[in-house]
Design a protein. Structure first.
Length: 140
């Protein structure tokens, strides 16, 4: 590796440090770019470096970075969910009706907007159930 990077194991999710100057483990081959690699001979036997305290400190730092990344990802997921809800609401507002087949769960004006968009006459319907049934029948 040309640089020290942190990467999660693709199967276990355990975060590992890939150190500058050390070979990339087989599981991480697809997680690093070819330009980030340098020719490095694998050591005959890999043994942990540093003291126990240093390794604990390093593990704590990895855990901190992983937790921070997870928090950032969860926050972004929440933002995307909010954006999706807003986009769906906007689509319904523009179109006048939700996605899917008409049902009694739809509001009366949504059923009317769907009927208008699909040019289906539901003027004889007396309630939402009849409107939904007429729209579903017109689809078939």
């Amino acid at each position: 590796m040309r640089y020290t990077v942190i990467r999660p194991h693709p199967v276990t999710g355990v975060v590992s440090i890939l150190r500058e100057g050390e070979p990339v483990p087989d599981w991480a081959d697809d997680l690093v770019h070819e330009d980030d690699l340098v020719e490095v001979e694998a050591p005959a036997a890999v043994k942990p470096s540093g003291t126990d305290d240093e390794r604990v400190t390093e593990a704590e730092e990895v855990a901190r970075v992983a937790t921070e990344a997870l928090t950032t990802a969860e926050s972004r997921i929440s933002e995307l969910e909010d954006e999706l809800e807003a986009a769906i609401a906007e689509k319904v507002a523009v179109r006048g009706y939700p996605d899917g087949d008409p049902s009694e769960d739809w509001k009366g004006d949504e059923l009317d907007a769907y009927a208008a968009a699909k040019t289906v006459d539901i003027s004889a319907a007396k309630n939402k159930a009849e409107k939904a049934a007429a729209l579903l029948a017109a689809q078939n």
